[in-house]
Every structure is written in C-alpha cells, then in structure tokens.
Ligand binder design. Structure first.
Ligand code: F6R
Length: 620
C-alpha cells in the first residue's frame, strides 16, 4: 500500500504532486508528505491524517521547486504520525526518499547504521533506506541506488532525490508497482496511472530491479549493472474522467451504477473477436485435469462462485484457496493444473507470491486482472482483463462483477472445449450471461427499497449472511462488503452450518440476510430462516421468483413491507430477476452492495476510504 509520486520538469512541482497524491489516496491515508528541492536544500512538509491536512500545512508554507517527491501512507512500521510520514531524509538531509512496501531486514540495517553513529528520527523501516543511501553516497546517486537495492530485502517502490544532483530523480522497484510518465513538460514516477494522467498518457512500466533516471528533458532506464535498457512509452487509452466521481457522492455508488456497462464490455471481450478471445483460444484446456483458483478478499469470493460454475459446467475438480494460504501450503499441483489467479489491482503481494509459487511447480497461471501493465498481468502465463476501468473506492464492486462475468464465460468455453456442452447449449448459456447487464439495470428499480430497509438496521451490532451452495459463496461477499465499509460485525455461513454452533449468536432482532436464488435449495434455506426467526431474528431475504414463486419484483419505497414486518412478519424481501442459478450471484451481489452502501451511509462512515484499509495490498 502507500502511494508515491515524483516530478521533475518545467512546472512548479508542488501542485502536480499534491494533485497526484489526491488520486493515490485510495492506497493509504494515514498521513502524507511532500519534499521539494529548491536553492540548495529540501523543503519538506509532512502531516498526519488525510491529504487535506497536508494541503492545509502546505498552504501555510509556500513551497517552490520544479523537482519533488510525495507520499501518502498506509502505516505498517511505526504509528501514523508526522515524524513517521514520508518523505524521509538521511541524517545529513542530503538524500530524500519515498517508499511503498516493506524493508524486511530493516532492523539489521538500522543496527548497523546506528553502530556507525547514524541517528534515526522515525520508527519506520523506510527511513533505513534514506539513511543507508546517505551512508553509501559518494557523489553518484545511481551507484548509491544500486548499493541500497543490493543491501535491502523485502519489497519496494522507491523514489530518491539528492542535494548534490538536484536536477534528477531516481526510482527503482521490486514487487511493488511503479510507473514512469513522460511528457514534454516534465517526467513522473507514480504508483498508479491516475496520479499522472492529467499530465500525460505516455507511460513506461518498470520491471523488478530496473532503475529509472528522470530529469526535465527525459528518462533513461538501466539494469542493476547500469547497462542502458530500451523502453518505449505505451499510450493509456482511458481518460481521467473515468477516475472521477462524476457528480455522485461516493466513488462506490458511482461504481455500483457503472456495473451494467462494465458487464457489457467485459462480456463482449470474451466473445469471439473480443479483446480477451485470443488468449482464451490459446489455452489447451484438455491438458489440465484440475483447476485451482486463488486470490484474496473479494477476488477470492469471486473465485468461490467460480468453483461452483466450473465444477457444474466442466465437471473438473476445482479448489479455491486464499492466496496468502496457498503460497505456504506446498499445494499438490503440477503441469496438469491450471491456476486461475484473480486480482483487480494485479499488485496484491500475496497473489503475486501465489502466482510465482504455482509457476515454480510447473502449473500454468491464467490471470484475471483489471489493471493493464500490473505485475500479475505481466508475469502470468495467460492474462485476461476485466474491463471495469479504474476502480477508486476501496471496497470493490464493479471489478468484482466483471470478474464473475469472465469466470462464467471462461467456464462455458472450457466446458465446450472439454465436450461437456454442445454448441447450442454453450450458445444458450452465453445468451443468458449476455442478458445479465439488463437484469442489473432492472435491479436498480429496487434502490429505494434497499435504501429504506438500510435505515432500519444500521444500528445492528452484528449481521449474519446465510446461503447455500453458490448463494453461500455470494453471501461471503455480502458479508465482507458490509463489514469493511460499515464496521458492523458480520459473518457469512452456509445455511446448513448455522445449527452447528453459530445459531447461539442469534438473539432478539439480530439481522440475518438470507440469499435464496437456487430453486432446488429454496426449501432448505426456508427452514434455516424459520430456525433463526423462531430465535428472534429478523430476516432480509434476497431471492427470485424461481426460488420463491410469487416473490415478484417489488419496487416502491419498502414502507409497505416494513409495515408488514412491524406486524410480525419479521421478513423483508428484495427480489431479483430469475436467471440460471449459476449466474444469479451477479444479481444478488448488486443488492448486497447497495445494502452495505446504504447501511454505511446511514452510519456516516467514510465509504470510499474505510478505516485501516487500502485499495492495493502490497504487504504480506
Ligand atoms: C474488498 C476488496 C479486497 C480485495 C483484495 C484483493 O472490497 O476490495 O478484499 O478484493 O484486497 O485485491 P486485488 O483484487 O487487487 O488483488
């Protein structure tokens, strides 16, 4: 996590860096800082808290200079505080650095430097880099960067400035993202494209342990032996508008509303002649006898839905594993295993490690990624892209939906290739998937009802989500979404599992969200509902007409159902269009996202930037 940015060019650096930090704030928001070079010294402002606090502090301290670095922090080593904020300077204030990542051997390095008389001012691992760089510096910053990289262990994107070489910035990365932007008015480093997109759409990607040297006139790339590398900029085709709120109060809401478009684009990409088709065609499906899906967080939940879809359509064994667990469990996989790795950012440290572990065992990795040029997209054997565009809200919505859509289509393709579906059967399923965006649009007619119901339960202490089979998989996503943005404790349970312990937590007025979209299992979940209601729970039922004939598609405000609930029914129902049960998670999840959104909004939570979280988790 953490976002870094650097600029050197013809313009004043401070506004460029502050604007870039605003767009990187989703990566961490415990504190922020900026360092500019001017007239023989560094001018540094660092502030605990959101970027606004830094802006206010900068407002009182005029900052001038055409070269500088900035940072927005998600604290790991050292509490959020002014002094632990970046940029960090060496003790002689000769070198300034910004860092995203973790220096794993910082204790040993710090002890070594302290034994040489270096006095540290913060508790961070990152300051070690600044102190080490000053310790090594002998008049050549690039040489210093090489020595630092050889000494540090862990993962990092680092930007360096040096008082004695005041016209250049140097940056290097390993396992954490760093892009380089080029323009005629100046050059940039940044953790992500939106940070610099208002200045340039020409971007180069750094590979691990490659070094970039930037000055106002150009950029040059080197390997660790200081040999020159050739790189041509790629053109970013999306616009900054897609990374802005566009009149909505929160990015999360905007991104929920974008889902029909995102689904259409992503579905089209996997159809013949779509942008993902060639990669999918190139996969020799028959060469695999097992699929392992791995990912973190919501992407893992998408994978859990995927397991049901792949097993049902392809009749091939599928395991789903958290990337953070998979990487250390010495999994039984080999060249006949296809590992499907799902990641919005393509930069999640545990997912990158899982990919490398899978490849080292001979498995082939098919990555489903949203961010073009990310580490996973470049290192996987096969990469297909979700066409969600930039997702800014920390809680994922549209990227998750796009992941589901791609998983469905890949499963249909595989099933066809394996002879488990006839051509007309496959075509019919693709037709059903292609209808999903329209069904999602229809769901938006229920927004008032969701909003209304959220006002009746935002004070809950604990909310449980239940479902069976694929409904259980999507219940996990509903529960994660709710807890991450509303801070209400929540857990997802397989409906049949409640009675084995968790039911003891149900008391008067506990809210249970029950998802029931599989016709054949509807009576089972109904029994589970009866079990919790008889113990005092109230229930929000998410269902469809297929599973609960007569459920209908109610619109309106929900007040009428609330009256019913008050009269003892204890149940409020949200109904979605009836689709093939394998694809119903794509509809349920939209209702669950909206429910979480409105609960969090009613509680006054910081929806786009929930506490303690960051969008891209680049630490273990
Ligand atoms: C939750 C959420 C996270 C991510 C997880 C993986 O809303 O967004 O749980 O899904 O951190 O991130 P990616 O997909 O970037 O690998």
């Amino acid at each position: 996590m953490c976002g870094i940015i650097g600029y050197v060019g013809k313009n004043e650096a401070a506004p460029i860096i502050l604007d870039g930090l605003k767009r990187l704030e989703y990566r961490g928001y415990d504190s922020a800082g900026i360092a500019l070079y001017k007239d023989g010294r560094f001018h540094v402002v660092k502030q605990k808290g959101r970027l606004e606090a830094l802006r206010a502090a900068v407002g009182d301290t005029p900052l001038a200079g055409r070269i500088g670095i900035g940072h927005t922090r998600w604290a790991t080593h050292g509490e959020p505080s002014d002094v632990n904020s970046h940029p960090h300077l060496g003790a002689k204030s000769r070198i300034a650095i910004v860092h995203n990542g973790i220096i794993e051997n910082y204790r040993a390095l710090r002890a070594f430097l302290e034994s040489k008389g270096v006095v540290f001012s913060s508790e961070t691992d990152s300051e070690t880099v600044a102190q080490l760089a000053e310790y090594y510096y002998r008049g050549d910053l690039m040489d210093t960067v090489v020595k630092v990289v050889n000494a540090i262990e862990g993962y990092y994107a680092l930007g360096f400035m040096c008082l004695d070489e005041p016209d250049r910035l140097i940056a290097v990365k390993k396992d954490n993202p760093l892009i380089v932007g080029v323009s005629k008015d100046g050059n940039f480093i940044a953790s992500d494209v939106p940070a610099i997109l208002s200045h340039t759409n020409q971007v180069c990607y750094l590979a691990d342990r490659e070094i970039v040297v930037l000055d106002a006139d150009g950029v040059a790339f080197y390997n660790m032996d200081r040999e020159r590398l050739e790189k041509s900029p790629e053109t970013i085709t999306w616009s900054l508008g897609s990374a802005e709120k566009g009149g909505y109060e929160h990015f999360m809401y905007k991104e929920i509303m974008e889902q029909p478009r995102v689904l259409r684009d992503t579905i089209r990409s996997a159809l013949p002649d779509g942008s993902n088709a060639a990669v999918l065609d190139s996969l020799d499906v028959a060469s695999f006898d097992k699929i392992l899906i791995t990912a973190c967080g919501s992407a893992y939940n998408a994978g859990s839905v995927g397991k049901y879809v792949f097993e049902s359509l392809c009749r091939i064994p599928v395991d789903v594993d958290l990337a953070s667990e998979f990487r250390y469990r010495d999994a039984l996989i080999d060249a006949r295993t296809l590992v499907i790795l799902i990641s919005q950012s393509g930069e999640t440290t545990d997912s990158i490690a899982a990919m490398r572990e899978a490849k080292s065992k001979g498995a082939k990795v098919l990555a489903i990624v949203n961010v073009v040029g990310s580490t996973i997209s470049r290192e996987a054997d096969y990469t297909v892209y979700t066409l969600a565009g930039p997702e800014i809200a920390v809680a994922t919505t549209k990227a998750f939906s796009a992941q589901l859509a791609l998983l469905y289509l890949i499963a249909v393709r595989f099933a066809r290739a394996l002879g488990k579906l006839t051509a007309p059967e496959a075509e019919a399923l693709v037709g059903e998937i292609s209808e999903l965006p329209t069904h999602v649009e229809a769901l938006f007619a229920q927004i008032d009802r969701v909003q209304y119901y959220a006002t009746t339960c935002f004070n809950s202490k604990s909310i449980f989500f239940i479902g069976r089979n694929i409904d259980y998989a999507i219940a996990m996503e509903g529960s994660l979404k709710l807890k991450e943005i509303s801070y209400i404790h929540s857990e997802a349970y397989a409906g049949g599992e409640l009675k084995h312990g968790t039911i003891s937590l149900i008391e008067d007025n506990t809210l249970v969200v029950a998802i029931s979209c599989c016709k054949r299992l509807a009576p089972k979940i109904e029994s589970n509902i009866v079990q919790v209601v008889s113990r005092g729970a109230r229930v929000l039922l998410i269902t469809n007409d297929g599973a609960n004939p007569g459920a209908g598609l109610e619109t309106g405000t929900g007040a009428e159902s609330a009256a019913e609930e008050a009269a003892g029914a204890r149940q409020f129902t949200l109904t979605e269009p009836t689709v093939n049960e394998l694809f119903s998670p794509s509809l349920s999840v939209v209702l669950l996202q909206l429910f979480s959104y409105y609960v969090a909004a009613n509680k006054g939570c910081d929806i786009d930037k929930p506490r303690n979280l960051a969008k891209s988790v680049t630490v273990e």
